[in-house]
Design a protein around this ligand. Structure first.
Ligand code: 5GP
Length: 184
């Protein structure tokens, strides 16, 4: 049985509202797929997916791309100072692909302070890619502490904690087809 976004919201007392509906997400992700395919015509970029939050985004993005590309996965954890990300990252799972001389696109779920991404960019840059760009579904730019170059951005969002479409709260809600806001 298929439920729509509003039904799911109503059934879960912890979800306050839908921020970005599933149809809107699908449309935007297809646009990003088209844009990336056009920009990388003639190349075979490696899409580096940062686990776990970006796995749903990647699954739709890769199917929205007509140009040949490869995918690989990385898992990182940031050390937290209190509730804030310090951005110091530890590699939990590294890439299998040698990205030296390759066109690389980091596929992220959300960029918040930018600290994690900044460290990741520095790290991948040391491996000598031909090019390195960032594609993020969500951007909370009002929270930025470290400027990071974002080449492909799905949606700019306000400073609220969001869940769904891969993003979790306590490892749950990743399966929601929309981006929602939890009740405070
Ligand atoms: P940054 O170093 O940019 O502050 O941290 C980015 C990471 O924090 C994201 O990859 C994500 O794991 C987590 N994060 C930041 N904002 C949110 C949010 O609103 N919801 C969820 N579920 N995770 C978030």
């Amino acid at each position: 049985m298929q439920y729509d976004d509003a039904d799911i919201c109503q059934r879960d007392p912890l979800i306050e509202r839908v921020l970005i509906g599933s149809d809107e997400i699908q449309r935007r992700v297809q646009q990003l797929g088209t844009e990336i395919s056009r920009d990388y015509a003639g190349s075979t970029p490696v899409l580096v997916n940062i686990l776990k939050g970006a796995f749903v985004f990647l699954a739709d993005l890769t199917r929205g791309m007509s140009a040949p590309h490869e995918i690989d996965f990385m898992a990182i954890s940031s050390y937290h100072g209190g509730t804030q990300s310090t951005g110091v990252v530890k590699i939990e799972k590294d890439l299998k692909t040698d990205i030296t001389g390759r066109d690389v696109i980091i596929v992220e779920d959300i960029v918040d302070t930018g600290l994690t991404l900044s460290h990741l960019l520095d790290l991948l840059q040391t491996r000598g890619p031909r090019s390195l760009r960032v594609c993020t579904l969500l951007d909370k730019s009002s929270r930025r502490q470290k400027e990071v170059p974002i080449h492909y951005r799905g949606f700019e969002i306000p400073d609220e904690f969001v869940i769904g479409y891969g993003l979790d709260y306590d490892e749950k809600y990743r399966n929601l087809p929309f981006i929602g806001v939890l009740k405070p």
